[in-house]
Design a protein around this ligand. Structure first.
Ligand code: SAM
Length: 447
């Protein structure tokens, strides 16, 4: 019943052995030195079993001489699951001498109905996908979180914690990406991707592959201004750097990033990237700490940063990650954000600095109804809104809308406001936008 996409023979053999002892394997994924097996002991739920090299400290269901076996399940095991797991353990005890000492590589055994994109995401659990629409075209961005370690600790950080992939996992995903997500944009992010000893090799490898439309490195650039030399990264037209820089004032930069004294290194890193011929977008996440100082940012830019076609400015609204309740404390009402942004953008334009559309973010955009009319018409990235993501205020959804939003022309792709924003500032200011007057045909004209 299952189809194998594994290139690793022992995994296929193990799959056959498990089926022979009537263990209902649905899926097997080898990644990051561990084997994850989904079993369907019951029709109404999956039991995910995790097999990893034996670790005396870990709490688990059982251990063999070589392996620790644990599971993720909802609720206690029933009898069929308990006896199934015991059978699995005894099979492993019997055959473990014939399995490799160390589990390397990535591979999977999937149901034939599992699409390539799903297989990719299950094999590389540190990757996520965001789809958005720009004009008539769809953009697929594959975010590769190469590490969750960071040299900063922004109080609003959205990055999840996960296990660090091996360097070989990164190359394996680069091999598979063009087939799983043809012509995608790849973002190397984290944590801080430059912290990986293999960072330079990884970015060079990613940007020299066929079948990947563009590569972006999301970084704070601190290491690029100290230990790492961006000159070692060949310039390519489809490679760019998206650099977080939340303020040009050292004290506020430190407050945003919970660090001390890193601003000078970040600025040096940005200059070295631009001097080296790379394209850079500065990303400023707007919070209560910096919102009143965006104008100063624009004024100080020419002294602190290059002004050229190779560098532009992106301003993100604050997303509120669920694991970071502190983020909600530095939320800014959107009218304040927009007012400050208009003033800062005007000064930036006078100085020759290009400011990206405030609608160029997907999840970090401001709803169109808060924007002045001329900005509502700007080209923008419409996120593919997932059904569970947004709705009327309830405890389940990360984003919230007002009832009136159902009448808005942007309703299908507007997320509304983050739930903590709605709880703090309400949703009454959200209002439905109508089609531009010239497109709205009066009823009598049609008759
Ligand atoms: C999580 S960071 C990781 C990459 C890298 N360490 C950096 O600082 O850019 C990825 C991107 O998310 C942005 N970001 C982080 N927290 C955010 C939030 N709460 N709302 C909007 N953007 C956020 C960062 O500025 C950065 O551009």
């Amino acid at each position: 019943m299952n189809e194998s996409s594994a290139k690793i023979t022992w995994l296929e053999q193990l799959h056959q052995v498990l089926l022979r002892v009537h263990l209902p394997v649905r899926e097997m994924v080898l990644t990051q030195g561990r084997l994850r097996i989904d079993f369907g002991f019951r029709t109404d739920r999956n039991l995910t079993v995790d097999i990893r090299p034996r670790d005396a400290a870990s709490q688990c269901f059982s251990q063999t001489r070589r392996y620790s076996i644990g599971y993720d399940g909802q609720g206690p095991l029933d009898r069929s699951e308990q006896s199934g797991l015991e059978r699995l353990v005894s099979v492993l005890q019997r055959i473990e001498n014939r399995l490799p000492e160390k589990w390397q590589g990535t591979a999977g055994v999937f149901l034939p109905s599992t699409p390539r994109s799903e297989r990719f995401l299950r094999t590389f659990p540190f990757c996520t996908v965001e789809r958005s629409q720009v004009g008539e075209s769809w953009l697929t961005e594959v975010l590769v979180r190469t590490t969750s370690r960071c040299n900063q600790d922004c109080l609003f950080c959205t990055a999840p914690i996960h296990e660090t992939p091996l360097e070989s996992d990164i190359y394996a995903l680069l091999d598979e990406l063009p087939e799983a997500f043809p012509h995608a944009m790849l973002s190397l992010t984290g944590g801080e991707p430059t912290l990986r000893p293999s960072f330079l090799r990884e970015v060079v490898s990613a940007s020299s592959r066929e079948g990947i439309a563009s590569v972006q490195v999301q970084t704070n650039a601190v290491l690029l201004g100290s230990k790492l030399d961006p000159q070692l990264i060949p310039v390519r037209p489809h490679l760019s750097f998206f650099v977080s820089l939340h303020d040009l004032d050292p004290e506020r930069y430190d407050r945003c990033t919970h660090t001390r004294g890193q601003l000078a290194f970040a600025l040096k890193g940005i200059r070295r990237l631009v001097d080296g011929g790379h394209r850079v977008t500065i990303n400023t996440v707007v919070s209560a700490i910096n919102v009143e100082h965006l104008v100063d940012f624009a004024k100080q830019w020419p002294r602190a940063l290059p002004v050229s076609d190779a560098i532009d400015w992106h301003l993100s609204a604050l997303i509120c990650p669920s694991g970071r309740p502190e983020a909600a404390e530095v939320l800014v009402p959107y009218p304040t954000f927009v007012e400050q942004l208009q003033r800062a953008a005007a000064i930036a334009h006078q100085q020759g600095i290009v400011v990206q559309s405030v609608r160029a973010s997907t999840h970090a955009s401001v709803p169109a109804c808060f924007l002045p009319p001329e900005w509502q018409e700007q080209p923008f990235h419409r996120p593919q809104v997932l059904e569970h993501e947004t709705g009327l205020l309830d405890q389940q959804r990360a984003w919230v809308k007002a009832e009136a939003c159902s009448q808005c022309i942007h309703n299908a792709y507007c997320l509304g406001v983050p739930r903590p924003y709605a709880l703090r500032f309400g949703v009454r200011a959200l209002r439905p936008l109508k089609p531009p007057a010239e497109l709205a045909t009066p009823t009598q004209d049609r008759e």
